[in-house]
Ligand binder design. Structure first.
Ligand SMILES: *[C@@H]1O[C@H](CO)[C@@H](O)[C@H](O)[C@H]1NC(C)=O
Length: 247
């Protein structure tokens, strides 16, 4: 009897608290969605650069990960100044990744790096053979160098059938590549470009959505993400409007 009375007294309070909690959760979910795409604070973003074969593919691999805000393809790791696609000198095709360290860490990016290419192939990936396709982890500071070395050793232990050729280099200058090479996979898909409202080049290069759809177009997002994006696109097709703002 006493127990029942107490519960009746507390019940309204519990309901109010629970309702509060629900509102709180929904509200913060909205906030966090917005903060990735619109209001991402430059200062809390970090930058990583990797070389792992063709930069068209590298950009697609990293662009669709949650926490990756922007991607740019370019040239790094060599000494030639102002390299270009047809004359990149001793540089490697690379991807620069701007990411929110609260959502994805350098360590997690390293995992994606190792699982997304064959680090044992010397100077190439599959049919792309040459110095420009070599495998490099670029690091900034001693902590990143340490993490890169540890992960390379682990990769070597896993790899029974060959030597891991990946170089670990302190990042020097990263030279962004020509516009034709940015979001290359997405640009091969005019339908997806249209779905985003045919953004001008400068916006496309900075867009988180374009980075994600670039991965989606190449079917290089993790399966879970491919599956998440697919229905959103179908939904817009069904309605015909509005254009895709986020995935
Ligand atoms: C290296 O890291 C420092 C500190 O986080 C940062 O200020 C700097 O811009 C980074 N350099 C490059 C080339 O990313």
């Amino acid at each position: 009897m006493k127990e029942a009375t107490r519960l009746t007294c507390y019940l309204p309070i519990i309901i109010v608290l629970a309702a509060d909690l629900c509102v709180g959760i929904r509200f913060s979910a909205q906030l966090s969605e917005g903060s990735i795409t619109d209001t991402a604070n430059q200062q809390q973003l970090q930058t990583a650069v990797f070389a792992l074969g063709s930069f068209w593919r590298s950009e697609a691999v990293f662009g669709c990960l949650d926490g990756v805000v922007r991607t740019t393809v370019g040239y790094a790791g060599g000494s030639k100044t102002n390299p270009e696609y047809r004359s990149l000198g001793d540089h490697a095709e690379s991807v620069q990744i701007e990411y929110d360290p609260k959502l994805i860490t350098f360590k997690q990016l390293l995992e994606v790096f190792w699982t997304s290419h064959d680090s044992r192939q010397v100077f190439g990936q599959g049919p792309d053979v040459g110095n420009q396709y070599r495998s490099i982890v670029f690091t900034n500071g001693t902590e990143e160098s340490r993490l890169a070395s540890v992960s390379k050793e682990r990769e070597q232990t896993r790899s029974k059938s060959g030597i891991v050729t990946t170089q670990i280099q302190q990042l020097g200058t990263f030279y962004p590549a020509e516009p034709d090479h940015q979001k290359f996979e997405l640009k091969r898909n005019p339908f997806l470009l249209q779905l985003m409202g045919n953004l001008p080049e400068e916006e496309l290069e900075k867009s988180s959505l374009a980075a994600k759809l670039n991965g989606y177009a190449a079917e290089l997002c993790p399966p879970r993400l491919q599956k998440r994006i697919h229905p959103k696109i179908n939904d817009i097709l069904r309605k015909g409007w509005p254009i895709l703002r986020e995935v």
